[in-house]
Design a protein around this ligand. Structure first.
Ligand code: SMO
Length: 741
C-alpha cells in the first residue's frame, strides 16, 4: 500500500504561476507527485454537478467542471493543487511540504454579500456578478397584489449559517489499478457507489463503466456530504496507475475534512409575510442567495431548490413567490447536508410566523392554528409544485404542546425568573419530501434456504440491514437471522442509486416489497406441486402456502425445492430470485412539530436547552427504535446549527477560520437534554408500505424551534432578531446592547 497526501491552496484566490515538484520527488519514499498539468496532459476531465436548474426546466446557469487538481487558478482555500504519493503517510505529508507552488494572490470574495457586490472579483470569468444560476417558484404578480392590499406585513433578513457534516468516519479512498485485466477498483466512503463510478468513468477517466468497480461499505455517516464522487476518488485511482498498480490510500486529517468536504447551507434570505389583522396569511415572498463556493458540485442545486419550494410548509398560503440565486464565492463548495434546503425553508417560515404573532399580539400556537392546511384539504397542491397526500398538522401541534407540558410553561417561566434566568419556548413545524428517483432491490434464496437482499440503496450508519431483513422475515416467514444484506459494491449490486434525500424506506422498502411479491408468485406453482394442489387454489400467509386440500408447505421448503437438479420439478426453475423496483412518483411528505424550551443566563449569554419535545409524522414506522435514533441524531445536528456550528471564512483573506474542532463547535452530549419524542403515524397514501421518510426530519425541525425559543426568552428585553448560531458571545452582546439603549 502506498499513501497519499494533498497539497491544498493556502489562498482563497490565486493564479498558479508554476509548481516545482523536484524537491518533493527527491524526498525519501516518494513515488509520485501529481499536478493539474499532469492530469490535463493525460486527458483527465473535471467533475460537473449532477444537475443544474436548466435540467429541471429552469434558466441556464454556469456549469463548472471541478478538476482533480487546480491548473492555472486556485479558487478557494483548500483547493487541491498537488497529490503526493509515498511509501508511508508521514513521508507523503513531509514531501507535500516540499512542493513549491508559485502563487500570485488575487482579490477574493469569501462571503455572499461581497460576492454579490457590483465590483466583486469574479470566481469564474464566465459568470458575471458571480451569479451561477437561479430557481423561481410561485406567482410574482398575484403575490405583489396580496402584499399591496395587506393590513400587515412582517419582514426578516436571515442568515443560514454554513455548516460541516462532520461524519464520524471521514471520507477516504483506496485506488487500485490492475494492469493485467485493465480494471480500476476504488474503495471509497460514499453514499452512492454506482453514482461515483458513473462520474469517474464518464467525466474523469472517460472509460466504460465495465472497467471500474466501486466498493463502499457501511461506513459511519454521510449526511449528504458523501452523496457524490470527490477529486480524491479519481486521484487515488490515477495515482495507482501512475505507480504501476500499487494500491494508493488517502485518508484526510479532520482539518482537511473541514476544508475539503462539501459544506452545507450558507444562505441569505429576505423574506416577507403579508397578513390580515387576525393573523391569517395573505402571501409570502422570499428573495434568497445561496453560496455555492468555487464550484457547483454534487447535488448543490437540490438545497437551492428546496430552500424555496418548502417555504409555504404546512400552511395554506394563498399567494407565494420565491427566488433563490446560486452565487459563486471563493470558498469550498456547498452541497446537500442533512435536510438539504428543507431546514432553510422551515427556518424562514417559522421565524416569520413568530415575528408576525408578536407584532399582532397573538400566541405563536394561535397564529399557526389559523393557517394550517386542514386534513380535509388533502390532497393539497402548493404553489411550488408539490401535492401533499396526507398530514394532520393541527393535531401534531396539539399533541406536541401537551407533550411539552404547555400548561406548566407560565410557572416554569416564573421559576426561571426567580433564579435570574430568562426562559423561552419555541415552536417549529415543517414538512419535507422523502423518496427520490427510482431504485431496485433483489432477493435471492440459496440452496440451503437462506436469503440474501441485494440493495440498490445504501446504508452508512442508518441500520438498513436490520430494517430490510426484518421486513423480509415478516413478509416471507424466514428467520431474521437467515437474511443476509449486501450493498455498496458495483460488482455485487446490479444497479443502485445509493442513499440521500431520505429515500431508502420508501424507494428501497417498496422495491423490496415488489421483489417479495414476485418471489411469492414464482414459488407458488412449486408449492402447489409439492402439496398436490392446483396453483389456483393456493393461498400464502406469513411464509406458509396452504392448498385447497389443507396441506401446507413453507416458502423456505419451496425455495430449497427450486434447486432440484432434474425431474418434473426442475422444469419450474433453477433457484428462486426476484428483483423489485420502485420510483418516486409521487414522493412522500414527512412532517413534524418540534417544541424547545431554553433557559438563558443573561450574565454569560449561555443558552441551556431545558426541554425538547417532538411529534413527527413519519407514516408507518418500520422500526420504531431506528426511527427514534434518526430523530435524535437529526435533532442533535439541528441544535448544533442553532447554537454552536458555523464554518467561518475570514472576509478579507478568505481563510477558513474554523479549521479544526478547537474552532468549530460541535454539539456534545452535555449540550443536549433527554428528548421527548413521539410519532404521529399518519400513513402515506401513495405507497404500499404507508411510510414517510425519517432521516432528515430532526435537522429540519430543530433550528426554528430552538431559535424561536431563544427569541421568546429575549423579546422582553427588546431583542427581536438573532442569527444562528446563538453562541454565548452573540447572546451576551445582544443583551448588553439592548440594556445600553
Ligand atoms: S442532504 Mo439529504 O441527502 O436531502
Amino acid at each position: 500500500m502506498a499513501h497519499a497526501a494533498l497539497v491544498l491552496s493556502p489562498y482563497a484566490h490565486a493564479r498558479i504561476r508554476s509548481i516545482d515538484t523536484a524537491q518533493a520527488l527527491a524526498a525519501p519514499g516518494v513515488l509520485a507527485v501529481l499536478t493539474g498539468q499532469d492530469a490535463r496532459a493525460e486527458g483527465l476531465g473535471g467533475m460537473p454537478p449532477l444537475f443544474m436548474p436548466e435540467d429541471m426546466g429552469g434558466p441556464k446557469g454556469h456549469r463548472t467542471y471541478r478538476p482533480l487538481l487546480a491548473t492555472d487558478r486556485a479558487r478557494c482555500v483548500g483547493d487541491r493543487v498537488a497529490f503526493v504519493v509515498a511509501e508511508t503517510p508521514a513521508q507523503a505529508r513531509d514531501a507535500a511540504e516540499l512542493v513549491e507552488v508559485d502563487y500570485e494572490p488575487l482579490d477574493a470574495v469569501a462571503s455572499l454579500e461581497d460576492a454579490m457586490r457590483a465590483d466583486a472579483p469574479l470566481v469564474w470569468d464566465e459568470a458575471p456578478g458571480n451569479r451561477c444560476c437561479m430557481v423561481m417558484y410561485g406567482d410574482a404578480v398575484a403575490t405583489d397584489a396580496a402584499f399591496a392590499s395587506a393590513p400587515h406585513v412582517t419582514r426578516l433578513k436571515l442568515q443560514n449559517n454554513r455548516l460541516s457534516a462532520n461524519s464520524i468516519e471521514p471520507r477516504g479512498a483506496i485506488g487500485l489499478w490492475n494492469e493485467a485485466d485493465e480494471q480500476y477498483t476504488l474503495h471509497t466512503s460514499s453514499q452512492n457507489p454506482h453514482g461515483a463510478r458513473s462520474m469517474l468513468c464518464s467525466h474523469v477517466f472517460k472509460v466504460p463503466e465495465t472497467t471500474m468497480r466501486v466498493i463502499s461499505p457501511d461506513v459511519g455517516g454521510g449526511f449528504g456530504m458523501k452523496a457524490d464522487a470527490y477529486p480524491e476518488d479519481g486521484l487515488v485511482l490515477w495515482a495507482s496507475r501512475r505507480c504501476g498498480g500499487r494500491p494508493v490510500k488517502w485518508i484526510p486529517t479532520r482539518s482537511e475534512s473541514l476544508a475539503t468536504d462539501n459544506h452545507g447551507r450558507d444562505q441569505l434570505v429576505e423574506a416577507e409575510m403579508a397578513l390580515d389583522r387576525a393573523g391569517r396569511i395573505l402571501g409570502v415572498r422570499a428573495r434568497s442567495a445561496h453560496a455555492f463556493g468555487a464550484y457547483v458540485v454534487s447535488a448543490a442545486v437540490a438545497p437551492l431548490n428546496f430552500a424555496i419550494r418548502f417555504i409555504p410548509s404546512v400552511y395554506d398560503v394563498p399567494a407565494f413567490h420565491g427566488v433563490n440565486v446560486g452565487v459563486f464565492t471563493h470558498t469550498s463548495p456547498t452541497g446537500p447536508y442533512r435536510g438539504a434546503g428543507r431546514p432553510e425553508a422551515a427556518y424562514v417560515m417559522e421565524r416569520l410566523l413568530d415575528q408576525a404573532a408578536n407584532e399582532l399580539g397573538l400566541e405563536p400556537a394561535a397564529i399557526r392554528e389559523r393557517n394550517f392546511i386542514r386534513p380535509e384539504q388533502m390532497p393539497y397542491a402548493t404553489h411550488t409544485g408539490f401535492v401533499y397526500d396526507s398530514g394532520d398538522f393541527g393535531a401534531l401541534l396539539d399533541r406536541c404542546l401537551d407533550l411539552s407540558d404547555e400548561a406548566g410553561l407560565a410557572a416554569r417561566k416564573a421559576d426561571s425568573r426567580s433564579r435570574g434566568l430568562l426562559r423561552g419556548r419555541g415552536i417549529g413545524l415543517f414538512i419535507e419530501q422523502g423518496g427520490i428517483f427510482n431504485d431496485q432491490m433483489s432477493l435471492r434464496f440459496d440452496p440451503g434456504g437462506t436469503v440474501t437482499i441485494v440493495a440498490g440503496t445504501h446504508s452508512h450508519g442508518q441500520g438498513h440491514a436490520t430494517v430490510f431483513a426484518q421486513l423480509v422475515s415478516e413478509w416471507l416467514g424466514v428467520p431474521f437471522e437467515t437474511v443476509r444484506y449486501v450493498q455498496g459494491d458495483t460488482d455485487k449490486v446490479p444497479f443502485g442509486r445509493g442513499t440521500y434525500a431520505a429515500r431508502s424506506s420508501m424507494i428501497g422498502g417498496c422495491a423490496l416489497r415488489m421483489a417479495a411479491d414476485r418471489i411469492i408468485e414464482q414459488a407458488l406453482p412449486v408449492a402447489a406441486r409439492m402439496t398436490g394442489n392446483e396453483p389456483a387454489g393456493m393461498s400464502f400467509d406469513r411464509g406458509i402456502y396452504t392448498g385447497a386440500n389443507g396441506k401446507q408447505v413453507t416458502l423456505a421448503e419451496v425455495a430449497r425445492a427450486h434447486f432440484i437438479k432434474a425431474g418434473p420439478m426442475a422444469q419450474l426453475g433453477a433457484g428462486l430470485q426476484a428483483t423489485g423496483t420502485w420510483n418516486t412518483d409521487p414522493p412522500n411528505f414527512p412532517n413534524g412539530c418540534h417544541i424547545c424550551e431554553v433557559e438563558i443566563d443573561p450574565e454569560t449569554g449561555h443558552v441551556h436547552i431545558d426541554r425538547y419535545s417532538a411529534v413527527d409524522d413519519i407514516g408507518r414506522a418500520l422500526n420504531p427504535m431506528i426511527c427514534k435514533g434518526q430523530i435524535q441524531g437529526g435533532v442533535a445536528q439541528g441544535i448544533g446549527q442553532a447554537l454552536h456550528e458555523h464554518l467561518v471564512y475570514d472576509r478579507e483573506s478568505g481563510q477558513l477560520v474554523t479549521g479544526s474542532f478547537m474552532d468549530y463547535g460541535m454539539p456534545r452530549a452535555d449540550d443536549l437534554p433527554s428528548f421527548d419524542l413521539r410519532f404521529a403515524k399518519v400513513p402515506c397514501t401513495t405507497n404500499p408500505l404507508g411510510v414517510k421518510a425519517v432521516g432528515e426530519a430532526g435537522t429540519i425541525g430543530a433550528p426554528p424551534a430552538v431559535m424561536n425559543a431563544v427569541l421568546d426568552a429575549l423579546r422582553p428585553l427588546g431583542i427581536h432578531h438573532l442569527d444562528m448560531p446563538a453562541t454565548p458571545l452573540k447572546v451576551w452582546t445582544a443583551i448588553r446592547e439592548a440594556s445600553d439603549m
